[in-house]
Design a protein around this ligand. Sequence first.
Ligand code: DGJ
Length: 724
Amino acid sequence: MADSVTYYEDQKLFLLTTSNTAYLIGQLPGGGLIQLYWGPRLPRLADYPVPPPDRQHSSDHARLNSLLAELPTLHGIQEIEPCIRTVFHDGTRDLRLSYQSHHIDVATGELAILLKDHFYPLEVTLRYRIFADCDLITRRVELTNRGSEPVELEEVLSGSLVLPFERAGQYRLTHLAGAWAMETQVNRTMLTPGRKLLEGRHNYTGHLANPFWALDLVGPEGAGASETAGEVWFGGLAWGGNWKIVVEQLNMPAPLTRVAAGLNDWDFSWHLGAGQSFETPWLTIGYTNQGWGQVSRNLHRYQRRHVLPAAFAEKLRPVLYNSWEAVHFAVNQSQQMTLAEKAARLGAELFVVDDGWFGERDHDRAGLGDWTPNLQKFPQGLTPLIERVNGLGMQFGLWVEPEMVNPDSDLYRAHPNWVYHFPTRDRTTSRNQLMLNLARPEVEQYLFEMLDRLLADHNISYIKWDFNRTISEAGWPDAPAEQQREFWVRHVQAFYRLVDRLRHNHPAVSFEACAGGGGRADMGTLSHFDHVWTSDNTDPYDRLPIQQGYSLAYAPNTMYCWVTNWDHNRSHYTLRYRFFSSFMGSLGIGADLNQWSETETQEAADLIASYKAIRPLIQHGEFYRLTGLSEAERMAVQYLAEDGSECVVLAFHYRRHFWQPQPRLLLQGLNPQAIYEVVKDSIEDMADSESNPLQMSGQALMSLGLTTSFHETYDSNLFILKRL
Ligand code: DGJ
């Protein structure tokens, strides 16, 4: 069996296979599709269950088949979350789909199954793509109205999945949730009968929850999957707008576990006119029996190879400097030039001017929307600073927040109706700003022209695209009544289109997505942006669980991590600890460089040079967590070159009782027979270790481990290993 899609005509089965997993879809006599299997790949077709499922607990196959539906709709017996809810012009809300035809594209590993309603001229295509190298499958739903009457869409999810029955009742849900300054925290709960809803409904991905889920099997002793072993079924949605993931468990009487994911149907509606089509976002799904580490590595590889915009996917992320944490809105030309000189001395490669450079933007109460340089701060515009930055050998980057406007701005005074609003209601501000309605074509075009001009007139290499409020008064009164709620989807479509058009005109510019910290981290955003800002919380200890949670679903090179002066507990972190915490992804510096002493500046320069030396491993290597996802006081991660020749280990530790031994780190993914030289232990030891390097076999490193050397509160170690 090849890695891809096979149709077995006699049995009417679609078998989708990746290197290690399989997904089997069956066809019922009436043309309905059911999911028969999702799990480890098996040697023969005969090893997989075939329809009708032989379940001793129920002779009611009609009910069972509806519970196993590959694409549940509002039809027949209603017990599970439907993927599609439609209203036809005569008021009928029952959608009965059956198989018509299919197409397999062997070259691309793509399967399209065409379904049609029994009566109304509505076509639904289920599209699947196989990413065998990442052990992942993506899927989405496409609808086309072939009739002359409109169809109202009330819900269209990207897909729905059945978890294996045999194990039901033992599933544990792991998901990422948080808030501003505490994004992507790992949350876990055992499933019980009922529905668990994870969702975002703020017109962006959101801080409160992230569109990723995973279910692992918890055995009778209470142990779930570990970093290296155990079964996990997982998925993520490529959408940076309103989304939902429903995890449900029904007793029938054996528990049935399903997950449905896609666009949030909360306040959603879409008017599908005659001849029109609608596509959902892609849903990525995967299975592994190798534990949490493999979940992350599969997703990271997929993002690096297939999701991130191609222009920068293979490129190393530059070390950036950004003065937001140091000076907030009080930027000006001479101060930025001084900081640029200091940043260049440290080894920064990209100098970013954050908020405050434009309009009347001296604080967050004015200026958003007026994207021309503030001439008090930059008397000849941005060009003199950009030329100085370029002259220092660095690229120049700029912050914008295009989707927002302050009421105190020329843009808002000229176009008060461009924001979301209801005419009879006050407009609620948040951070003193309102949200532009990007679903309006004139707003999209205005922003495109403004940003296109900004990029054409300046030598800008990087844009940090921010989004600092959630929506309120979500109204679009000028739109036809039946389309007023389409903006939830149209806004995000326009946002993606805008970035793509800018990238097309300015292919050398890279883009970072930010939403008041890490509110725009998802695979949809990452298919248009090169990186995301992880969190406004840059305390190096607080960052560890945020970065660890992020690492579960997203690749390290997509995560910018800054070294700043944050220390809300007065922990007096060493510079080295701050840097090592930021080494976990793409390195940035956000501290006030004027406050660093000569010694600190020199140490920082050395640390940046060390980062650059190991950057290819961190940004493009295979990622391993050496400690559990829930361990906060002690954390260690490993980045291994794809060819296995080198690796970096970063280890962090809060504090140790006198009687506790130094923790040992059991490495992963090494060649057991090979001998590795532990070239560096910590930065201070680097020189010594050159003359007296430690050598250990891969087997010893993986079973006995490396001994840490933690001596202080908030200590950290860096190890670099090279295969001999
Ligand atoms: C929120 C971002 O997360 C910060 O990094 C900074 O850019 C501010 N916005 C600027 O207003």
